[in-house]
Design a protein around this ligand. Structure first.
Ligand code: ADP
Ligand code: AMP
Length: 216
């Protein structure tokens, strides 16, 4: 199964991705997670991208595409994958098409999690992430049993440095670059829109239903 999650920052892609990988067993490929891991490890890639993540600007297409190309060539991606946060621009979408074509693969579906812009600020500023396992929480909408502690692994929860109001407003401005992708995948008959302004469980019921049909 080759699946893509499309949606603005805070739409709920990572939250649904956790459930999708658990249920369908496909690797979760998140460019944001890969960049954050590189920054934490202090690799050359990390040094190259850290100022972009900090301020909320998009990493240049060339860098991002190279990272995804390498990741899709890893053995675990040969049996399917879940792209999250990539592509975010038209050149990235076109590069992905070319790359999948070279690999003899094609996308099965693009799940577009749609949430109105006004809702996203509250979602992002309240987001908390586990330092150890990466699980996502929200201080109001999805609180852990014990404040600041991950339910799954007891790891420490932290606030992403780009989930502050200042960086969030820059990140939400980038939607102009991502918006054309909705049409791009609509024209290719791949887009399935999911209403993301419902509970996490209701969104999951739709996502799961769509993917189960594809799997058959
Ligand atoms: P994305 O990966 O699209 O940026 P996340 O999955 O990290 O978004 O979700 C952003 C924040 O909103 C998180 O704190 C998450 O717990 C919360 N969240 C996700 N889905 C919902 C939902 N359906 N309703 C309310 N809050 C949600
Ligand atoms: P995310 O975890 O998806 O919210 O991404 C966090 C940050 O990583 C973004 O604000 C960008 O700086 C960078 N990033 C992630 N994915 C991409 C991408 N496809 N293109 C450019 N920058 C990206």
């Amino acid at each position: 199964m080759q699946v893509m999650l499309l949606g603005l920052p805070g739409a709920g892609k990572g939250t649904q991705a956790e459930r999708i990988t658990q249920t369908f067993g496909i690797p979760h490929i998140s460019t944001g997670d890969m960049f954050r891991a590189a920054i934490a490890a202090g690799t050359p890639l990390g040094l190259q991208v850290q100022s972009y993540l900090k301020s909320g600007r998009l990493v240049p297409d060339g860098v991002t595409i190279a990272v995804v190309r390498e990741r899709l060539l890893e053995p675990d991606a040969s049996r399917g994958f879940l792209l999250d946060g990539f592509p975010r621009t038209l050149p990235q979408a076109e590069a992905l098409d070319a790359l999948l074509n070279d690999l003899g693969k094609a996308l099965d579906v693009v799940l577009y999690i749609h949430v109105p812009q006004e809702v996203l600020l509250a979602r992002l500023t309240g987001r908390r992430v586990c330092k150890t396992c990466g699980a996502t929480y929200h201080v109001h909408f999805q609180p852990p049993a014990v404040e600041g502690v991950c339910d799954k692994c007891q790891g420490e929860l932290y606030q992403r440095p780009d989930d502050t109001e200042e960086a969030v407003s820059t990140r939400l401005e980038q939607y102009r670059q991502t918006e054309p992708l909705v049409r791009y995948y609509q024209e290719r008959n791949l887009l399935r829109q999911v209403d993301g302004q419902r509970t996490i469980e209701d969104v999951w019921a739709d996502v799961r239903g769509i993917l189960e049909k594809i799997q058959r």
